[in-house]
Design a protein around this ligand. Structure first.
Ligand code: PLP
Length: 458
């Protein structure tokens, strides 16, 4: 069969409150054209993020009732531990309330001010946690990863030659660990090949540097390996996942992504000395080592989620549904990042709106219009987000994108057809969209709370 259907039925529904363009126009004005300031029940299709927004299965809801809320030694922790170790068999497992808490603990323990941490691309919380220790976060993705229009099967790969050079220049003693983010979220959800993980490992081994995987979308990455990397066509996903982690010395994870849960995360590693220090830090900041800031029921939901996220029917549908949206909007000429990522479709707003210069935030203008016209909430990833430098000067970001992140198991194909239609409508009258300006902005992370207006508004 050609049609890939959702491999689930819907047992419980959440009504969407239907709204009109006039109503949404008022909502977005009241929010000062900042999509983060909207009330989410004024949104029809919410594609702001895939983080913590997954639909839980009936089995997950049932496992919540099994949650044991004992302070120490809860059976829910041991179920969670068994589920994680089935996929990522590291010696020490440290639960945390979400991914950035795991990152904060790890880098507090291992990073010093003179250190540098290489990664294919640091996610923003990872970078912030490295920098919070006074260390330097360095991105070494392959050159293909910087070109949105270029087709390449593994645009998330580490640039191995650049990594070698980097280690030579900085010196092994200044590099506490090397990271690999799978899939490469900040680089468009692009995967990393098994060969590249292996090569990264070889370089690290040669210099005695530990390799950690930022594992948030490990299952989506494994599916891309199965689909695109010669030799893995017939390998079960679980075996691909185990092989990926066999090359690593540890990982950080947000269960809000491929944990199919609404909250949670963890840190895992083989180094005992680091693990002891991380655990002590955990007890100080998150909670005891068998719950790490989570309820016992959360650990249960994650354990069940990890069993479901590696199912091949699920991954086949998941990756196909993201690619479906990208294929249909690019078929009418909308410029997108190629190929589609695992969790999101990225519209190239700079090419969509060439009449709006980067410092007038074409991504923000497009994101606002998608909301006003169709009630779709995406996220500007461009100059509004990254253009303000610490010295207060502004410059265009590397790219101006609008990300449509697809929550897991949440929306149906007809809802995605609606998204396609809204993007096409806005594409057809793109010349009418106007540039924007900030009228109020904080010094850091301005995209979350800043206020916008149109440049030609009084
Ligand atoms: C989401 C994410 C994180 C941080 O996880 P949170 O649970 O949001 O704190 C780290 N790395 C990557 C690649 C992510 O996508």
């Amino acid at each position: 069969m050609k049609t890939i259907i959702e491999p689930f039925r819907i047992k419980s529904v959440e009504p969407i409150r239907m709204t009109t363009p006039e109503y949404r126009d008022q909502c977005i004005r009241d929010a000062w054209y900042n999509l983060f300031a909207l009330h989410s029940d004024d949104v029809l299709i919410d594609l702001l993020t895939d983080s913590g927004t997954s639909t839980m299965s009936a089995r997950q809801w049932a496992s919540l009732m099994q949650g044991d809320e004992s302070y120490a030694g809860s059976p829910s922790f041991y179920r969670f531990k068994a589920a994680v170790e089935n996929l990522m068999p590291f010696k020490y497992l440290i639960p945390a309330h979400q991914g950035r808490a795991a990152e904060s603990i790890l880098f507090t323990v291992v990073a010093k001010p003179h250190h540098s941490v290489p990664n294919n691309t640091h996610f923003d919380t990872t970078r912030a946690n490295v920098e919070a220790q006074g260390a330097e976060a360095v991105d070494l993705v392959v050159p293909e990863g910087h070109h949105p229009e270029l087709e390449h099967p593994f645009k998330g790969n580490m640039d191995i030659a650049a990594l070698e050079r980097f280690i030579e220049e900085r010196g092994v003693e200044n590099i506490p660990l090397c990271m690999l983010t799978v899939t490469n979220n900040s680089g468009g959800g692009q995967p990393v090949s098994m060969e590249n993980i292996r090569q990264t490992r070889e370089v690290c081994d040669r210099h005695g540097i530990p390799l950690f995987i930022d594992a948030c979308r490990f299952a989506e990455n494994a599916w891309f390996i199965r689909q695109r990397e010669p030799g893995y066509e017939d390998t079960p996903v679980v075996d691909i996942v185990r092989e990926m982690f066999s090359y690593a010395d540890g990982c950080t994870m947000s269960a809000k992504k491929d944990g199919l849960a609404n909250i949670g995360g963890w840190l895992a590693m083989n180094n005992e000395e680091w693990a002891v220090q991380c655990r002590n830090r955990l007890i100080l900041t998150e909670g005891f080592s068998t719950y790490g800031g989570l309820a016992g029921r959360d650990l249960e939901a994650i354990a069940t989620g990890l069993e479901e996220v590696v199912q091949e029917d699920y991954l086949n549908y998941r990756i196909a549904s993201t690619a479906y949206v990208e294929r249909h909007i690019s078929a009418v000429g909308v410029p997108t990042m190629k190929p589609a990522g695992g969790h999101a479709v990225y519209i190239d707003a700079r090419r969509f709106l060439p009449h709006i210069q980067p410092l007038q935030y074409p991504g923000q203008s497009l994101a606002v219009e998608l909301y006003r016209h169709g009630g779709i909430r995406g996220c500007e990833i461009g100059t509004a987000m990254f253009g303000l430098r610490p010295d207060g000067k502004e410059e265009p970001a590397h790219m101006d994108l609008v990300r449509l992140a697809i929550p897991r198991r949440m929306y149906t194909q007809s809802q995605m057809d609606y998204v396609v239609e809204v993007v096409q409508d806005v594409w057809e009258r793109r010349e009418s969209l106007r540039g924007m300006k900030f009228i109020r902005q904080p010094k850091a992370l301005r995209h979350f709370t800043g206020r916008f207006a149109y440049v030609d508004d009084a």
